[in-house]
Design a protein around this ligand. Structure first.
Ligand code: SAH
Ligand code: F3S
Length: 461
């Protein structure tokens, strides 16, 4: 911890004079959302406060995603827009953080010379110094060395939700899916110690956050960082978090099918606090494609996992990720994916058009599915999923579900929203005093992406 952090929160730390507000824009996954919470925590501890909009911000940080080319492009489009702002207010510190920062490093300064700082994931510790440096000599850079296995512990986290807390269990990924840039941008796996994870969960509960979401790119590969001989695996960690007094809900993301052991299913069945929802990316329904993706399982093995999960936890919901148009994906391969979706009937799907990423093995292969075919496959898959999803949501109409109210609804004033254990988004009439409460809700209307309901108390009174 640098001396700057000990400054009072009322005025900016030394070296940061003239800076009083910040704005962070976030793209990408939950890990990025959580990194932004950590960045905000660091900035607040330096005496800065959140700006209501980008125009009034003295420090602007873009926390970026490079998992697909489109996401990485958006960063440079956004930088182009912010250039005007930087010219009008030259004292503004403009930073690029996250995966594009790690991937592009100094090249960001070459493409956007008005950028002041570049900070990769795992380097949040460097943020105060980077801001100071950028004011003295511009172009401050901190990225991590992939050989380095250190991840700084962040004490200051400014959490967005008043009920839910993200808790990182591991950084990076040791899988080498042939399409994926994450092992390059977030590095090799580094696990946090169980004491650190459980300590953070306890602090969250003390602060009123009763739902803990454990985060890792390959969360179920978590193991004790002490290495072999330590009787800790992800199943045990999950149970230990579920038993922390005051923890009412536990989620975890993202699981890899290869490490999704029966013991995790048993833990989900055994602990009331563990939510009945699983995100288990399948990527494709064709064994040929799965093999070339280097995923390490077959469609049969995936379906077997899901069958086992549903047998033990009948009301569990399943979400998955699917890529269409992977190099060499034939019509037949794609039909196998469609068939698999019809058989598995996921509760939701995140579907993507394959995008070649720098340094990945698949980027060396001919990207031979035409853009029109890729689009057509994506649409067909999404239409199929919409049908399945709508049917599943309609079947919930009239049922009673327990909703943990998370905040005001973005749809209508006088409404709040929350999630069921199965991760359904539910809107209901209510006011902010309900945040953090579990409310039994009768589902009155099913939409494609959310449900509407009435609190049980409304029905009986
Ligand atoms: N294990 C990670 C995966 C990160 S990437 C996690 O925590 O979610 C999220 C999803 O993006 C992947 O599951 C995959 O479906 C998709 N994806 C990754 N690389 C991609 C690429 N090159 N083109 C298209 N989609 C991709
Ligand atoms: Fe990416 Fe595969 Fe890891 S999708 S994050 S390399 S499990």
């Amino acid at each position: 911890m640098g001396p700057a952090r000990e400054e009072s929160a009322a005025r900016p730390a030394a070296g940061l004079e003239g800076l009083s507000t910040y704005r962070i824009e976030t793209w990408g996954c939950q890990m990025n959302e959580h990194d932004s919470e950590k960045m905000a925590g660091v900035l607040q501890s330096l005496g800065l406060r959140a700006a209501p909009n980008v125009e009034e911000a003295d420090v602007i940080l873009l926390n970026t995603c490079s998992v697909r080319e489109k996401a990485a492009h958006k960063v440079f489009t956004r930088l182009g827009q912010l250039k005007r702002h930087k010219t009008a207010r030259p004292h503004t510190v403009l930073g690029v953080c996250g995966c594009v920062a790690q991937q592009e490093q100094e090249r960001i300064f070459a493409r956007a010379p008005y950028v002041d700082l570049v900070m990769g994931p795992r380097r949040l510790d460097a943020l105060p110094e980077l801001i100071e440096d950028s004011r003295r000599r511009r172009r401050a850079l901190a990225v991590f060395d992939p050989k380095e296995s250190l991840v700084p512990e962040n004490e200051e986290v400014l959490r967005v939700s008043r009920t839910r807390a993200y808790v990182t269990v591991m950084e990076g990924c040791n899988k080498n899916c042939t399409f994926c840039i994450v092992p390059f941008t977030r590095g090799r796996e580094v696990c946090r110690a169980p004491e650190a994870i459980l300590g953070e969960a306890r602090r969250c509960v003390a602060g009123g956050l009763i739902e803990i979401e454990l985060l890792g790119q390959n969360v179920n590969a978590w193991h004790h960082p002490g290495g072999g001989g330590q009787p800790w695996d992800f199943t045990r960690l999950l149970g230990a978090v579920a038993r922390v007094p005051g923890v009412r809900r536990v989620r975890f993301t993202t699981s890899h099918p290869l490490h999704f052991k029966n013991s995790i299913i048993e833990a989900m069945a055994a602990h009331d606090a563990i939510c009945h929802h699983l995100h288990l990316p399948v990527q494709s329904g064709s064994n040929g494609i799965l093999g070339r993706m280097h995923r390490g399982y077959t469609r049969e093995q995936y379906m077997d996992r899901v069958a086992r999960l549903r047998e033990r936890i009948p009301d569990v919901t399943l979400s998955t990720d699917i890529i269409v148009g992977f190099p060499g994906e034939t019509d037949h391969d794609f039909e196998l994916t469609m068939e698999m979706v019809r058989l598995v009937r996921p509760d939701s799907i995140f579907s993507f058009i394959y995008s070649p990423r720098p340094d990945t093995p698949a980027a060396e292969w001919p990207d031979d599915v035409s853009p029109a075919t890729k689009k057509d496959r994506l649409h067909r898959l999404q239409r199929l999923q919409d049908e399945i999803q709508m049917e599943k949501h309609r079947a919930l109409e009239g049922s009673l579900m327990e909703v943990l109210v998370d905040g005001p609804s973005s749809r209508k004033p006088g409404q709040v929203c929350g999630r069921t254990s199965q991760n359904h988004l539910v809107n209901l009439p209510g006011d902010p005093s309900m945040v953090g409460r579990f409310v039994p809700v009768k589902v009155t209307h099913a939409g494609l992406h959310s449900l509407t309901g009435l609190p049980e108390s409304h029905l009986t009174s």
